[in-house]
Design a protein around this ligand. Structure first.
Ligand code: FMN
Ligand code: MN
Length: 490
């Protein structure tokens, strides 16, 4: 079972999904640039063992293929993204498994306090040319606690090095740590907080998932692993922290102190905000650094799709959207997909088995009204049940052949947006419009166009004779026969 980052790296290596970079690589731009080029060609995860000026390795590109996400989730590695998301949904909507307190946490092997605290001891990369500095927190999450109810929240918010014992934390309005920070502010207190870098990778996946308020992401991670997350209670902040983390930066966020941070090459493919015109961010004052012996720094390149962030958002938003539609009791949902190419959030596709006129429109409208779809989504495409939500070739075909712009498109004027959307003017990013594209043949049509199908019997024969044609030893027919023949011919 994968319990920490090292187990995950070992599992990747066993599957031939890891490459160790042994030559010296500069943390200043070079490391990110190597990773991004490797990601563009769907290369393996990378472990940089020789980072300039440091003897701490850096791990990147953890999740840039569906196979690696499947390895992390300990699932069948042939599953498509949409099917993996379905697994995620099934596991996380079962019984939650709370964390378990353990003694002698490995992350306490090294405890650095007082004047010795210096986050530059870690090889935090400088990612893109116009970034405002080095970002230590990309594959990171912030642990905080509700001062009234004791709920522990894990949220991924990026972190920039602003001083030897201070990192800026981009907690966007409405995020759970933002709620909590406001509670501490009202109490006139500082908020205890810890940044965790390097851990069982499902914790990182959960910390960037839309989980309801008052639900601990630790419990969700437990449900994914079907085992409790090992944690310890910090004697400094009282927070429950993961025992097998690589690195923890622990301290306080003073709600009254905001600092300039950024810009950063964001997951939209644009720098966030204007240089020098970023909104000021909360800052984590680090009182101590905890780290395991021989720590590994986990990073992710963010930037243009596709890299870790887009894959993670695609995985978990597809799962939560699918669950939203089920709990809204929208019938006929066959598959759901939020593609990583849409930055893992801006477009959603749903395959629906229509049962009544207007059904596919109901689905489109339900998506943008759902918990997952109401925030930042700009477009929904609905397709009939014969097309999988992640079969882009057939989706484009449906948009060409089952679609009439006037009839099939609806524009909705006002929806919740994200301040990072470069498609909206910088000064007006609160509200976005949305479009629903219905690429389904209308249910009520009596006279439907006659679609071409292949003959099942002949295809079976073709399959048997495949080798005779000299096209390869193994017939590909089995994988595509249902897609090519009339559904009722099975
Ligand atoms: C790599 C990565 C970086 C992210 N960076 C930020 C960020 O800087 N600020 C932010 O508010 N959300 C960021 N997110 C999205 C949040 O993690 C996500 O909204 C999550 O639900 C927040 O946790 P919460 O719901 O407990 O507040 C990021 C996600 C990923 C995967
Ligand atoms: Mn949360």
């Amino acid at each position: 079972m994968i319990q920490d980052l090292r187990d995950y790296i070992a599992a990747l290596e066993k599957e031939g999904e890891l490459h160790r970079v042994t030559t010296e690589v500069d943390w200043n731009l070079e490391l990110c640039h190597v990773s991004k080029v490797n990601e563009e060609q769907k290369g393996p995860a990378l472990l940089y063992e020789n980072v300039k000026d440091y003897d701490i390795p850096v791990f990147t590109s953890a999740f840039t293929t569906p196979k690696r996400l499947a390895i992390c989730l300990e699932q069948d590695t042939s599953l498509s993204m949409s099917k993996l998301s379905k697994k995620w949904m099934e596991l996380t909507t079962k019984k939650m498994i709370p964390p378990e307190i353990v003694s002698h946490p490995k992350v306490m092997e090294n405890v650095i306090t007082g004047d010795d605290v210096n986050v530059e001891m870690f090889p935090a990369p400088w990612f893109y040319p116009e970034d405002g500095g080095r970002f230590i927190g990309t594959a990171v999450y912030l642990v905080t606690k509700d001062p009234e109810t004791g709920w522990t929240n894990l949220g991924t918010y990026r972190m920039q090095i602003l001083g030897k014992n201070v990192v800026g934390v981009q907690i966007i309005k409405g995020k759970h740590a933002d709620f909590m920070l406001k509670q501490y502010e009202a109490m006139g207190k500082k908020m205890p907080a810890a940044a965790v870098i390097g851990c069982d990778p499902v914790l990182f996946l959960c910390s960037s998932t839309l989980v309801s308020a008052q639900t601990d992401e630790y419990d969700v991670a437990g449900s994914l692993r079907q085992a409790p997350v090992p944690v310890f209670e910090s004697d400094l902040t009282g927070l429950k922290l993961p025992a097998t983390a690589e690195v923890i930066l622990e301290g306080y966020i003073d709600p009254k102190v905001l600092m300039d941070e950024g810009p950063f090459g964001e997951y939209t493919g644009y720098y966030s905000g204007n240089k020098g015109k970023e909104w000021p961010k909360p800052a984590l004052q680090i009182e101590r650094i905890l780290h395991r012996n021989d720590p590994i720094l986990w990073s992710t390149t963010v930037g243009k799709p596709i890299n870790d962030i887009h894959m993670i958002q695609s995985l978990n938003r597809t799962a939560t959207l699918w669950y939203d539609l089920e709990t809204m009791r929208v019938p006929g949902i066959e598959s759901v997909y939020i593609p990583p190419e849409s930055c893992g959030r801006f477009w959603g596709i749903v395959s629906v088995r229509q049962k009544y006129p207007g059904h596919s429109n109901q689905v489109g409208n339900a998506v943008i009204a759902s918990t997952t779809g109401h925030y930042g989504m700009k477009g929904v495409i609905t397709v009939d049940h014969d097309i999988d939500a992640d079969d882009w070739d057939r989706i484009m075909w449906a948009l060409s052949t089952r679609f009439d712009p006037k009839r099939s498109a609806q524009i909705i004027d006002r929806g919740r947006s994200t301040p990072l959307d470069p498609g909206l003017p910088i000064e007006a990013r609160d509200v976005t419009s949305r479009i629903i594209l219905d690429a389904c043949t209308p249910f009520e049509w009596q006279n439907k166009p006659n679609e071409i199908f292949m003959d099942r019997g002949v295809l079976t024969k073709v399959s048997e004779r495949w080798a005779d044609y000299g096209l390869g030893e193994t017939s590909p027919v089995a994988d595509m026969i249902d897609r090519l023949t009339k559904p009722e011919s099975k």
